[in-house]
Design a protein around this ligand. Structure first.
Ligand code: PMV
Length: 354
């Protein structure tokens, strides 16, 4: 069972929530269930090299501490280390071998650095997959189901939404009584059939503001404690997820749009009604939303928007209207993007061992 050294490499995608996770209890337990589309192109690729401490240099022999080097796009990256350190501390009880190895974590994103696209979901998922590969190498008997479930469980402890970046095109995280297998502890593939209208659903991400967020999602989640509308909001997330179950079955895109846009605006409404209150949307976020509404009214093309915890806009639409929507984006929306930048993405399948 002793493995002296080796390496794995995984890619893990970002995801975009349709019903949003906003608010949590201790140990990264979500205050309400969420559901997301897994993305395909926006991803983190992480190589994990490991070496038994006693077989490596004397620098790494302290048996009582974690030992790792971190490279981001090939360069040492000190400022990411505390987050990784905290992650390792949280998951050590589930992966007792962690202190026996020295790790080199070599990571890169396919999307531009500081594009305002959160890399925590894809980054934590990619790291969790690698650590699970080592765990599987040490315990070869584990089933594939256990492997992915535990990977999602570990990713959750790194960053909540990361647990939805492991496996499946549409992923539910959080207990919802009428979704089979759903759990607060890990993400699961949406278990029901999904109408062809959602096949290859497109997500074009408009980069409105690439700056550092003024309020981190950690702080934002915390502000849902003692929030005047929290309980109603958590109940609404259950209702919206319930509505999506039948929408995914029927393929009703107008109903889909209503839920998804309402969820995005509700997320930001929670931020604006926190104490202290804050606004992450920018003027161009609103310009884009209004332009999408006008275009949809005029053309009846089922395109809609969603937002995560930032100013960027995700434009969601079915594959069969891609050409018209991309033309609209180029003609009318690119001007609202910072340096005209946007990223074309679509539904993907989850993490991949490279
Ligand atoms: O995973 P976190 O803690 O960064 O929170 C992400 C929260 C949202 O992106 C705003 C919503 C979601 O469900 O992904």
């Amino acid at each position: 069972q002793l493995i002296e050294n080796g390496s794995f490499q995984w890619s893990a995608p970002s995801n975009i929530a349709l019903v949003k996770y906003w608010g949590k209890k201790d140990n990264q337990i979500p205050a309400n269930p969420s559901i997301s589309f897994t993305l395909n192109n926006c991803k983190t690729i992480t190589k994990l090299a490991f070496a038994k401490k006693d077989s490596s240099t004397s620098l790494h022999t302290d048996p009582d501490s974690f030992s790792f080097d971190l490279l981001f796009e090939g360069q040492p990256k000190e400022d990411f280390k505390p987050k990784i350190q905290k992650f390792l501390e949280r998951i050590e009880v589930y992966l007792p071998f962690l202190k026996e190895y020295h790790f080199t974590i070599d990571t890169a994103n396919t999307f531009p650095h500081s594009s305002g696209i959160a890399s925590s979901a894809s980054g934590m998922a990619a790291l969790a997959m690698n650590l699970m590969s080592l765990e599987k190498a040490l315990n070869p008997a584990m089933t594939e189901e256990y492997f992915y479930q535990k990977a999602s469980f570990l990713a959750r402890l790194g960053s909540g939404s990361a647990c939805r970046s492991v496996k499946g095109q549409v992923v539910v995280w959080g207990n919802q009584s009428n979704i089979k297998g759903s759990s607060d502890l890990f993400g699961v593939e949406f278990p029901n059939d999904i109408h062809d209208n959602f096949k290859n659903y497109q997500d074009t991400i408009l980069l409105v503001d690439k700056g550092e967020k003024q309020v981190s999602s950690t702080v934002g989640h915390d502000l849902m404690h003692n929030h005047p509308y929290a309980e109603r909001r958590f109940a609404q997330a259950h209702e919206n997820l319930d509505a999506l179950i039948s929408i995914f079955k029927s393929g009703n895109l107008n109903a889909f749009i209503k839920i998804v846009e309402s969820e995005a605006l509700t997320l930001h409404a929670m931020m604006m009604t926190s104490m202290p209150y804050f606004i992450l949307m920018k003027p161009n976020t609103l310009e884009i939303i209004n332009a999408i509404w006008k275009f949809r009214n005029e053309t009846q093309i089922p395109v809609c928007f969603t937002l995560d915890a930032g100013a960027n806009v995700h434009v969601l639409y079915p594959e069969n209207v891609s050409e018209k929507v991309l033309q609209f984006i180029k003609d009318e929306l690119v001007g609202y993007c910072q340096n005209g930048q946007y990223i074309c993405d679509e539904i993907g399948n989850g993490a991949i061992l490279l």
